[in-house]
Design a protein around this ligand. Structure first.
Ligand code: SF4
Ligand code: SF4
Length: 414
């Protein structure tokens, strides 16, 4: 018996045409949504991708995307995220192979390769479902306070879960009805096929319903991705790869620059950010790891680094003044400790963004006027009080303190 995939088993050609039309519509919506975000990123100032140290960029990619090392601190949530991410990636690659096999007429899915393909996808599909159920349990049970309780998050998880379960149901019915001798290479589907034997709900007659439901839910999900935080599935790995790899404490030393260079460093409006900075906010998964370690947030202040990133991301469609959605109080409260940058699993650099907005706030005179005055004095007079150089030694009058004035004096005093 020939071993090969029968993608459209028991599906009429009319239904297949409808399927392709719907797949096309979902793909167009997805591409439009992605292009829309891409155009918004490009409204920012142009910053070139730094490929100076490609080895380091790919090293970071391997560490954060493939091995997901930053998720290790929370072992349970990290393990679940890995199951979902690896499962999703395997199923995505599997779907691409089906597409190549069926639509490009390149016969890949046959013989031994097809058997291994079935086994791998069945195992990763199971990991995907277990990870999703565990995530729903953690989120629903509120076991991680840092996680937001938005309805959309539950909707995504349930949608993924239904798609995953739907895939197994269709596979189980197909194996049950066809009795192919290599069915055991799909262990989960095979187990279900035994259960479905003689079932009135899961049989050849109801197959079309399950198959269509599975396909339609998948199309809905594809169309939703670029309009929701699910976009991070693509932008997070991209951001990790292309953003300059920065370590904690490594940020621009520039605080004040000459007027002609002011525009390059101060962010007063949304599109003063660079294109890569705007892209980075779309990588946010809303995991809350940054909030969880932020000293300002933990001490009850207004500042929450996750909110800062989400506000930038959600206001990106207009060139709004930063002060209209992020207060100067929030910006001032950051200690630049970089704990958030260190905790972020998708390489968002909160400190760079906050420092740039602070500079913008300075030029907009949103900071405390005394703080601004002190900074100007520091630049002009090298002291925060604005005292002239001629008065520099006044404070020690009558204290008999020796003064080192030049090399000669220095050696004598020593
Ligand atoms: S750098 Fe600022 S925002 Fe980040 S953790 Fe430290 S205080 Fe919070
Ligand atoms: S900025 Fe990073 S750490 Fe903070 S919520 Fe987003 S992904 Fe998580």
């Amino acid at each position: 018996m020939e071993i090969r995939r029968d993608t459209f088993w028991n599906i009429s050609s009319d239904i297949q045409i409808c399927f392709y039309i719907l797949a096309g519509v979902a793909s167009v919506i997805f591409l439009y949504g992605f292009y829309r975000r891409y155009r918004l990123w490009n409204r920012g100032r142009k910053e070139k991708i730094e490929w100076k140290n490609i080895k380091e960029n790919f090293g970071c990619f391997s560490q954060l995307v493939i091995r997901q090392t930053k998720l290790k601190k929370d072992r349970a949530a990290g393990a679940m995220h890995k199951m979902i991410a690896y499962g999703f990636t395997a199923l995505f690659i599997g779907t691409v192979l089906v597409f190549v096999d069926e639509d490009f007429r390149i016969p890949i899915l046959q013989g031994k390769f097809y058997l291994v393909y079935e086994l791998v996808l069945d195992v990763f599909g199971l990991l995907f479902i277990v990870g999703l159920i565990a995530f729903l349990f953690i989120r629903g049970g509120k076991f991680r306070k840092r996680m937001l309780q938005s309805k959309m998050d539950y909707l995504f998880l349930i949608l993924f879960l239904l798609i995953g379960i739907g895939g197994y149901i269709t596979e189980g019915i197909r194996l049950s009805e066809t009795n192919i001798p290599y069915a055991h290479w799909s262990p989960v589907g095979y187990g279900l096929s035994l259960l479905f034997s003689g079932s009135r709900l899961f049989n050849g007659d109801t197959y079309l319903f399950w198959w269509l439901t599975h396909g339609l839910l998948a199309f809905v999900l594809i169309a939703m991705i670029p309009f929701t935080k699910l976009l991070h599935v693509f932008t997070a790995p991209l951001n990790i790869l292309i953003s300059p790899v920065k370590r904690s404490g490594d940020f621009d030393a520039v605080v004040l620059m000459k007027n002609d260079q002011k525009d390059r460093i101060a962010v007063e409006h949304m599109y003063d950010f660079t294109n890569l900075q705007l892209l980075s906010t779309d990588a946010c998964t809303e995991c809350g790891r940054c909030d969880h370690v932020c000293p300002a947030k933990l001490s009850g202040k207004d500042l929450a680094p996750r909110n800062i990133i989400m506000k930038i991301r959600d206001n990106m469609s207009e060139n709004r003044a930063i002060s209209s959605f992020i207060s100067s109080e929030e910006l001032k409260q950051c200690t630049n400790c970089s704990a958030c940058v260190e905790a972020c699993p998708v390489s968002i650099n909160h400190v760079d963004l906050i420092l740039a907005m602070r500079r913008g706030a300075l030029t907009e005179k949103l900071l405390n006027p005394h703080a601004e005055e002190a900074l100007v004095h520091l630049e002009q007079d090298q002291n925060i009080w604005g005292s002239p150089w001629s008065e520099r030694e006044d404070w020690m009058k009558g204290l008999n303190i020796p003064v080192l004035r030049n090399e000669e004096d220095t050696s004598r005093e020593a």
